[in-house]
Write a protein that binds this ligand. Structure first.
Ligand code: COA
Length: 260
């Protein structure tokens, strides 16, 4: 299926979603959000897709936030509905069962930063900039920023970013743990793809359950999370992949995982 606001390419198991409104700095209007939802459904459902990269078209922006022209028209109830729709799409990506990596190529502001936060890993180009500037507009983050940012960087730094609306550069984002790695702009996509392909070479069932344990476990008590982890550990012990991974180690050869 072709999209109006996204490019969706699949190559050798990796889907690359490119938000494609460069003239509006890839702002996330309702159409982008609806198409992102469809793309997230495809990533989860299509077996040939084993992982995904999300990036923005052009050199300037990953996504400069929700579309301010649309926000300007909203009232309380459609505002709430918009936030719930955006949150649901980001949650869909976060829980799709496959690794999703953000390749942040420029401004990741507001909803753009929140989209990056919902990805499992974030690689930033040296030119990337991050921030939650909503308070400057008299609104607050609505696509999960108040929840995921403190979970990722801690409450004090999250509040500093959210309450001041400050924009930070890629190095600062790396220093506070908001991004995993900063790379030159020219190597952003190759480095992101190399990272993802490295993950895809691991046992796919193990990756899936590790993702699930971290994503779900963070919202559980320690005891519940530990039980989830032990259940996953036991579940993996029944897979051919575990047998193959351990046998390959003992036989000093590379494993051949089948996802079984
Ligand atoms: N929503 C809608 N349109 C946006 C947008 C957004 N979040 N961010 C940028 N745009 C549009 C601009 O209106 C402009 O459109 P135009 O050419 O039709 O006038 C175009 O993208 C280019 O943006 P511009 O502001 O001219 O670029 P800049 O280099 O001067 O500034 C930013 C870049 C990112 C600093 C600035 O665009 C900005 O502050 N954007 C809003 C960021 C924000 O508050 N996001 C949170 C929203 S909740």
């Amino acid at each position: 299926m072709a999209y109006d606001t996204l490019q969706f390419d699949v190559r050798d198991g990796v889907a690359t979603i490119t938000i494609n409104r460069p003239d509006k700095l890839n702002a996330l209007n309702d159409h982008v959000i609806a198409e992102l939802s469809d793309a997230a459904t495809r990533i989860a459902a299509v077996p040939e897709i084993r992982g995904a990269i999300i990036t923005g078209a052009g050199t300037k922006a990953f996504a400069a936030g929700a579309d301010i022209a649309e926000l300007a028209l909203q009232g309380p109830f459609d505002g709430k509905a918009r936030a719930l729709r955006g949150q649901a799409v980001l949650r869909q990506l976060e829980t799709c069962g496959k690794p999703v990596v953000a390749a942040v190529n420029g401004f990741a502001l507001g909803g753009g930063c929140e989209l990056a936060l919902a990805c499992h890993l974030r690689i930033a180009s040296e030119t990337a900039k991050f921030g939650q500037p909503e308070v400057k507009l008299g609104i607050a983050p609505g696509y999960g920023g108040t929840q995921r940012l403190p979970r990722l960087v801690g409450k004090a730094i999250a509040l500093q970013l959210i309450l001041t609306g400050a924009t930070i550069d890629a190095q600062e984002a790396h220093r506070i743990g908001l991004v995993n790695k900063v790379v030159p702009a020219a190597s952003l996509i190759p480095e992101t793809e190399a990272l993802l392909r490295g993950i895809l070479a691991m046992g796919p069932l193990a990756v899936r359950l590790a993702l699930e344990a971290v994503e779900r476990g963070l919202d559980m008590s320690l005891d519940e999370g530990l039980l989830l982890e032990a259940n996953h550990f036991g579940l993996l012990a029944g897979t051919r992949d575990m047998k193959e991974g351990l046998t390959a180690f003992l036989e000093k050869r590379a494993p051949k995982f089948e996802g079984q």
